[in-house]
Design a protein around this ligand. Structure first.
Ligand SMILES: NC(=O)c1ccc[n+]([C@@H]2O[C@H](COP(=O)([O-])OP(=O)(O)OC[C@H]3O[C@@H](n4cnc5c(N)ncnc54)[C@H](OP(=O)(O)O)[C@@H]3O)[C@@H](O)[C@H]2O)c1
Length: 245
């Protein structure tokens, strides 16, 4: 994975009436950005704690650190980790340490481990938590898997994002012919705007997709992605781009 990666994009055209939302001061980044990936340097760097350092955790952590944010990873046993990050993020913390430290937290762990990780992380009152996880099977009730996760941390602000793109695209959403869209859902409007801003910092087209309940519909894109990536043989370096006018 690296900045040289180019990928094919699949464009979908959907009308959206969402107006551009104001970015909160704490998260605003440089207004004079390069047209490609944004940079937080000179703007406000957000403290981002990433639970897990697998494909998703490492990809989002690396991209966000590269965009000028402060990134630390929370792992089960920091002392045991013999492969410290080389992306400018300042080392590894325990799960409760990263839970306390991060202003924004990322769930870079399997869906089945989320409840345990959130419990180990301690008091997450008011924290913005990004959920890019995918449940192996969709929930059997009407709720999205993110709504179920939100129920584990009712005083935190859960945001669904990045789950419809592979780690290869998280680390580089820029394609020869466009940029990948990520669909951002949250019940808390400020949290939704904050995560849209972070997604733009790392090069995504961040789409306001409404409340967490919208994630049920958005998740159907995953089935389309899998058919195209695997059955149709287009490969994993594939993403959706939303066209608007
Ligand atoms: N891979 C993708 O392209 C992609 C794209 C979109 C969404 N997703 C979703 O994102 C989630 C993570 O996927 P991934 O590919 O990043 O998985 P992964 O590469 O297997 O990494 C999982 C990470 O979670 C940690 N972990 C596992 N169980 C834990 C526990 N009980 N407590 C603390 N840490 C734990 C692992 O630590 P150890 O190494 O110590 O076990 C590892 O760092 C999944 O829900 C997946 O469906 C993946």
């Amino acid at each position: 994975m690296g900045d040289h990666l180019l990928a094919r994009s699949v464009s979908i055209s959907v009308f959206t009436g969402h107006a551009e939302l104001r970015v909160p001061d704490r998260v605003r980044t440089l207004s004079a950005r390069a047209p490609g990936v944004g940079r937080a340097a000179g703007g406000v760097a957000v403290r981002i704690g990433v639970f897990g350092r697998g494909h998703v955790g490492a990809a989002l952590g690396h991209a966000l650190a590269g965009a000028g944010h402060e990134v630390r990873y929370g792992v089960r046993d920091p002392a045991e980790d013999r492969d410290p990050p080389d992306d400018g993020s300042a080392g590894l913390l325990s799960l409760p340490e990263v839970g306390r430290w991060g202003e924004v937290l990322v769930l870079g762990v399997p869906y089945g481990a989320v409840q345990e990780v959130l419990k180990a992380a301690g008091d997450l009152d008011g924290k913005i938590i990004i959920d890019p996880t995918n449940a192996p099977k969709p929930p059997t009730d009407e709720r999205s898997s993110s709504q179920i996760i939100a129920g584990f941390v009712p005083t935190a602000r859960l945001v669904r994002a990045f789950n419809t793109v592979p780690a290869e695209v998280m680390i580089n959403p820029l394609f020869e012919n466009g940029r990948a869209s990520t669909f951002v859902c949250a019940d808390d409007r400020l949290a939704r705007v904050t995560v849209q801003s972070l997604a733009r910092d790392i090069g995504f087209d961040a789409v306001d997709a409404g409340p967490l309940s919208s994630a049920c519909a958005i998740d159907r894109l995953l089935a389309v992605w899998r058919v195209l990536a695997f059955d149709a043989g287009l490969g994993r370096n594939l993403a959706f781009e939303l066209l608007r006018r």
